[in-house]
Write a protein that binds this ligand. Structure first.
Ligand SMILES: C[S@@+](CC[C@H](N)C(=O)[O-])C[C@H]1O[C@@H](n2cnc3c(N)ncnc32)[C@H](O)[C@@H]1O
Length: 273
């Protein structure tokens, strides 16, 4: 595959602002998310048997740190396709990592090709998660591994929260759903049922719950998503600036904590025949 292939988006309703101060918050948020989740992701990919020469597909890499690491691990004989609708936030990479700015559902990907396809916090944003997973199975070589990570936000959506924080959380969640209208905030808990429909072998799903403590990368990866929404919410009269400020200041204190989303990781293997 040649790098930097452009493709028309057919399911890419996920959009990040072009306004640089707001986009800068998204860059920081993606890096905080990487800080929080990359170690687990790397361990899970290693456990599949990752080795020099492997062909890997990273979907929705965001900050791109997993793609960069995959490139180092698979070496010059390997291949890493790092495919995102929006590559503005991707770290610099070098071969064998190829950056492809495209929609997963429309990108010209080879069939029966990759030994691993990984997507973290991406499938939950797509209009038809099952079709997206089927697409990933299609591009895996027989015996190749699908590794999917998504959240279930029920923990935080239903938690008792201080009033100002609840107001900001609810308004920002509504704004997030306008930016990514197909976002299924409970998808993590539905993932296994979808994986079971795909005739995969060795399907296994597990989940982790984290407490997000104010001031840590875990909390920041969540709070920056709320902060990102504030200018639009204030401009739209959906929250008062002082309430938003109060909520963010409170949530960044080390004595504040939130029940983080349930993080669900699912794995399955394409049958050899
Ligand atoms: C919540 S971010 C997750 C980033 C990264 N995987 C992580 O966990 O840190 C979702 C990413 O998926 C990308 N994305 C959303 N829809 C997509 C699509 N249809 N095709 C390719 N990428 C998509 C977004 O541009 C964004 O980079």
């Amino acid at each position: 595959m040649s790098p930097n292939v452009e493709s028309e988006s057919t399911s890419g309703l996920y959009r990040v602002s072009r306004d640089e101060p707001i986009a800068a918050l998204e860059r920081r948020r993606l890096l905080e998310m990487a800080e929080l989740l990359d170690a687990t992701t790397r361990a899970r990919i290693e456990a599949l048997g990752l080795a020099p020469g492997w062909r890997c597909l990273e979907v929705g890499p965001g900050a791109g740190t997993i793609s960069r690491w995959l490139g180092e691990r698979v070496g010059p004989e390997g291949e890493v396709v790092s495919l995102d609708l929006d590559l503005r936030f991707h770290v610099e990479t070098k071969p064998p990592v190829a950056l492809v700015e495209a929609d997963l559902m429309a990108a010209p990907l080879p069939r029966d090709h990759f030994q691993v396809a990984h997507a973290r916090n991406v499938i939950e944003h797509l209009p038809d998660p099952l079709a997206a997973l089927a697409r990933l199975v299609d591009v895996l070589e027989p015996g190749g591994w699908l590794l999917i990570e998504d959240g279930d936000f029920v923990t935080i959506d239903e938690a008792p929260l201080p009033e100002a924080f609840r107001a900001l959380h609810d308004a920002a969640t509504a704004a997030g759903l306008r930016r990514s209208p197909h976002w299924k905030r409970r998808y993590g808990s539905r993932m296994r049922a979808d994986l079971m429909q795909l005739s995969l072998e060795d399907v296994a799903v597990d989940e982790t719950r984290r407490t997000l403590v104010g001031g840590t990368p875990g909390a920041e990866s969540y709070l920056l998503g709320l902060e990102y929404a504030v200018p639009g919410l204030v401009a739209g009269g959906l929250i008062e600036a002082k309430v938003a400020e109060e909520a963010l200041a409170l949530a960044r204190r080390s004595d504040f904590s939130l029940p983080g989303p349930v993080h669900v990781i699912g794995v399955g293997r394409k049958p050899l025949r």
